[in-house]
Design a protein around this ligand. Sequence first.
Ligand SMILES: [Zn+2]
Ligand SMILES: [Zn+2]
Length: 439
Amino acid sequence: MPFQSPRGTQDILPEEQPYWTHVHRRIEHITQLYGYERLGVPMFEDTAIFARGIGAGTDIVDKEMYSFEDRGGDSLTLRPEFTAGIVRAYIEHGMHTRPQPVRLYDTGSCFRYERPQAGRYREHHQLSLEALGEIDPAVDLEIMTMTWALYDDLGFGDLAFQINSIGCPKCRPAYIDRLVAYYREHEAAICEDCQRRLVSNPMRLLDCKSDQCQPIADAAPHTTDYLCDECREHFADLRRYLDLLQRPYTLNHRLARGLDYYTKTVFEVWAAGIGAQASVCGGGRYDVLAELLGGPPTPGVGVGIGIERIILTLKAQGIAVPQPPRPVAAVVYRGDAAKAVALRLLSDLRAAGVPVTTTYGARSFKSQMKQADKAGAAYALLIGDDEAAAGTVTLRDLVAGEQETVPLGDVVERLKRAPVEQVEEDEPKLGWLAEGRTA
Ligand SMILES: [Zn+2]
Ligand SMILES: [Zn+2]
């Protein structure tokens, strides 16, 4: 049995890369627009960072973490998400002395031992946007509108927010008491997972997906009826700001996002995806996370955005992405003398910044021309015995089908002037669509 990539992981093949490049370019564009700076955090952290931050009783910590003891006996965990590591870095580097909020982002692999299914991987990729050090609900608005802007920029349709406020350590205990009491009344009717959640993590009861629990969760008490004055005001301000910018949102009482560190605002962005409108990402405020990690009280709000999900949706919606530039020319040769000329010419062209390709080995002219065509080269530079002897090259325009004899010494200059396809950083996506490009 030959080796395969580990279950739940995928190789991202060259033909898939234009999607990844495109998404990362759009991320760079939007983060610059909003003034977010990249903070590169390690791919693994002390296990305690996630155990304390995300919290025991969550699926992530209880079932999904890739934890291991290293050779020095330290317990480490491959990051299941970015937020806890970013907050750890904020505390460690004393970023509270910088102008607040500190606006940060990172992208990369996250690891969760989940049951692999379509669009869900054990190694998946995320963009994490985080704003730390400011409690003003306008920061929540900023993170939310920035997330919206990214999806909008990528061409996603039918965007809408789902929002809720899940309170703070002051007001949530009373809500949880009420929620537990309510579920106790329905204990016989709820699924096994919910019977466990009732003890270990009652907030997770609200987002149970099992059919039998839907009517019970729908009729459960609302967090928003239990908010303290501060939380209520914060949520009212956020909704006022959303109205101000005319962003549609739905108040979703069942939105809880099940991680211990969330406080006040939780939100999801819904978009027309593969079929019906569905959640494409989620985030929220986490004002207690820094303290859970042993740091000073530090408000924060952020969002985690799955890259695989974006790419699946781009494909499902038929959104074209820019393709990498093709080689300007392919060098095609036959015979030892011609090969020596070809190798020098390839080297000179690349040194002059002209993208070229070729084949090696003793392939027929015909098969080399086929490969030149496949590579999408604009020109073929043909070198046979005659050309090698005469110090010339036959320059064939593969689009027009014309050819001419060019002195070897003129080839580099000729091709440097040839129009090269450029992928521009900020080319509007419609430009590419208009050209009828498909990936
Ligand atoms: Zn509160
Ligand atoms: Zn359930």
